[in-house]
Write a protein that binds this ligand. Structure first.
Ligand code: ASP
Length: 331
């Protein structure tokens, strides 16, 4: 019998309430296996309660301790399943992918739009699929939802209502579950285990450009100690440069050794800072392209890269980090 570790962090899957009380974490339903005994047919499963949080309350320090727990536990199991709220699952999945670069077995995250106790819940199928893929799936940090396994550092929450909560617009699913399991050709091979490095700089700001964004607001953030920024720019990575130009504030960031990373507001397509004058201006001022990365992945990668940077080499470190893929997060 394969052996799995099932780590519970919280989220709707195990919540109670709703209509009219808000859904809230429920301490009485933490024992997933007794709620869903069919899981025991898939593997010998040990459960661990890491936390019982609505994922809106997950913080970067949680990513690090969760990553450490998975890193330490992994050699004793065939795979790990993490139950997590959907709201910030893509952030945690991205961080875990970067904190666990040497995976040789699956780490599968899942959650649900409706609690396990509801008649029309999606929790049952998601959990069964997650446990199955934690045994037979690829050695990646993935998100299982609605019969698909997505690469965690490519995924984003796209639906707050429908059962197919996640998409990964720039990367096809790693696997699709139908009568069997069909894998994509791009799944990563096993990689050699590496020492755990949990250093992370959380003083990072993400914001989107929008017509009317006053550059003084970004300048104020720089003055108040921001160490790195992710800017969701327009289209191919364009920023305003005539009225409310962001050019000088990006130059100011560079002068303060604060990297500015550009992602696109468009879910599909890639940043190309050579295509329009707005992109050329951003790049000339020192901005770094994140290609086709999601904001979630760019933010987590920047925090982790900055955690490892010398105090006078933040821009250099970020530039190196975004020049290559760490876990299949960019195309
Ligand atoms: N607010 C919940 C959470 O992220 C939503 C969910 O789990 O689907 O924890």
């Amino acid at each position: 019998m394969p052996k799995l570790l099932l780590v519970h962090t919280g989220g709707t899957l195990m919540m109670r309430g709703g209509d009219p009380a808000p859904l809230a974490p429920d301490v009485y339903t933490q024992d997933l296996l007794s709620e869903l005994p069919v899981l025991k047919k898939i593997a010998d499963i040990e459960t661990r309660i890491f936390s019982n949080l609505d994922s809106s309350d997950m913080q970067p320090h949680h990513w690090v301790s969760l990553g450490e727990l998975v890193h330490e536990s992994l050699p004793a199991y065939d795979g790990v399943v993490i139950v997590h709220g959907t709201d910030t699952m893509a952030y945690t999945a991205s961080a875990l992918a970067f904190l666990l670069p040497g995976l040789d077995r699956p780490v599968v995250m899942t959650g649900a739009q409706k609690p396990l106790g509801d008649v029309r819940t999606d929790a049952r199928s998601n959990l069964v699929d997650a446990c199955h893929l934690a045994v037979v799936g690829p050695p990646e940090v993935g998100i299982v939802f609605d019969s698909r396994l997505l690469r965690g550092c490519r995924a984003t929450k796209m639906d707050a209502w429908g059962m197919s909560a996640f998409g990964s617009p720039a990367c096809p699913p790693l696997a699709e579950l139908g009568l069997g399991v069909q894998y994509g050709p791009h799944v990563l091979p096993k990689r050699a285990r590496q020492a755990f490095d949990g250093r992370l700089e959380a003083r990072v700001l993400a914001t989107r450009t929008f017509p009317g964004l006053d550059p003084k607001l970004i300048s104020g953030a720089l003055d108040s100690g921001v160490r790195g920024m992710v800017i969701e720019a327009f289209g191919a990575g364009n920023i305003p440069r005539i009225e409310n130009s962001l050019v000088s504030v990006i130059e100011k960031a560079r002068a303060m050794d604060v990297p500015v990373v550009i992602v696109s507001q468009c879910p599909r397509g890639s940043v190309d800072l050579t295509r329009y004058e707005g992109g050329v201006a951003a790049s000339g001022a020192g901005a770094i392209s994140a290609g086709d990365m999601t904001t979630e992945a760019a933010l987590a990668k920047l925090m982790i890269a900055l955690g490892r940077a010398e105090s006078d080499g933040r821009v250099r470190t970020a530039r190196e980090a975004f020049a290559r893929s760490w876990a299949g997060e960019m195309g």
